[in-house]
Design a protein around this ligand. Sequence first.
Ligand code: VGL
Ligand code: ZN
Length: 201
Amino acid sequence: MKALLLIDIQNDFMPGGALAVPGGDEIVAIVNQLQLRFELVVATQDWHPQNHKSFAVNHAGKQVFEEIDLNGLNQVLWPIHCVQGTKGAEFSKNLLMNKVEAIFRKGTDSEIDSYSGFYDNGHRKSTALTEYLKGKQVTEVYIAGLAADYCVYYTAKDALEEGFKTYIVEDAVRAINQDGFKKAKEDITNNGAIIIDSTSL
Ligand code: VGL
Ligand code: ZN
């Protein structure tokens, strides 16, 4: 069984959003088409409390995109984004949601960031996505969404570690930083991930 994982296709990652990913809106129509080819579709939703420590404003004197040590982990400081219950945290209004069977929210603990849909950045707590997918006999995951160099990348890394055959649908992702995505692709393909195009599905 294969599953399509839709990563953080939320307003704040769209052009005009708080943490806009260039071309983020361009994936929505592709993702909607792609969903029709899958029996199982699940989504993740970045879902932070206002006091989340990944937000630069919550560290006196720190600027957006600076890096700090947060409870022993390297942390990029982001603009305020995807705050629980806000418009920015909602899924893009153009995203087809009726096929999405489950939504996994992440980044809810103010002390630790969570890029992957499976675990927080310290692998301290699980979202139970693995158990959910394995309970449905899923062996292959196809990953689409935002941002390619952060949440898509870390979700793919964990998917590989959890033993799933892992595909990145390249035309259905967009990166914050192109160079970062190039390195991310090298890393995950070295670990067995497969990069494909939605047109080949
Ligand atoms: C993301 C940075 C911070 C993502 C989420 O969805 O890629 N990036 N929070
Ligand atoms: Zn976030």
